[in-house]
Write a protein that binds this ligand. Structure first.
Ligand code: HEC
Length: 140
């Protein structure tokens, strides 16, 4: 009788460990997002504030408020919410990311898709939007 009880306990503990391992594996299983398809209208956009240092402060403040929780303070894609996303949050330091046009960044940042939220209603001012793009450019 004692033996069966012990085996039962070992069985339950073993099963529990398996479950923990499986859920850990599942939480690590983030898919990488497909390449972004940016409409021509956005692609052609140019940042009117390029090189304006005053815009960077505004950009940093807005980034900290709206973006840092997922993208991380240094843009490495390691904000506290990043791990709970199904899609990997890429690093803004990546040279492939920085090689994109200003207009690509604008579209991805404010129109978004899937788990990347749409910010068109939250950040209305176009100058504020470009300030965020300018700030992201400094994160490389
Ligand atoms: C709730 C979490 C979350 C917040 C908040 C968030 N993002 Fe994202 N972002 C994501 C995820 C997830 C992706 C990847 C989505 C995909 O590939 O489908 C992403 C992708 C992006 C990309 C494209 C990256 C690439 O690899 O090309 C840009 C640019 C971006 N976000 C900018 C921003 C900006 C700017 C803000 C703030 C205004 C912001 N994000 C706020 C989760 C977030």
């Amino acid at each position: 009788m004692k033996r069966t009880l012990r085996n039962l306990i070992i069985g339950i503990l073993g099963g529990f460990c398996m479950l923990m391992l499986l859920s850990f594996a599942a939480s690590q299983d983030q898919k990488t997002g497909a390449p972004w398809v940016v409409p021509a209208k956005y692609k052609a956009m140019k940042n009117p504030q390029k090189g304006d240092p005053a815009a960077l402060n505004t950009g940093k403040m807005l980034y900290t408020k709206h973006c840092k929780s997922c993208h991380g303070g240094s843009g490495a894609g390691d904000g506290p919410k990043a791990n709970s996303m199904k899609t990997k949050v890429n690093s803004f330091k990546d040279s492939k990311f920085q090689a994109q046009n200003d207009g690509d960044l604008y579209f991805e940042s404010f129109v978004g898709r899937d788990e990347m939220p749409n910010f068109e209603k939250k950040i209305l001012d176009d100058e504020e939007r470009w300030a965020i793009v300018s700030f992201i450019r400094t994160l490389k």
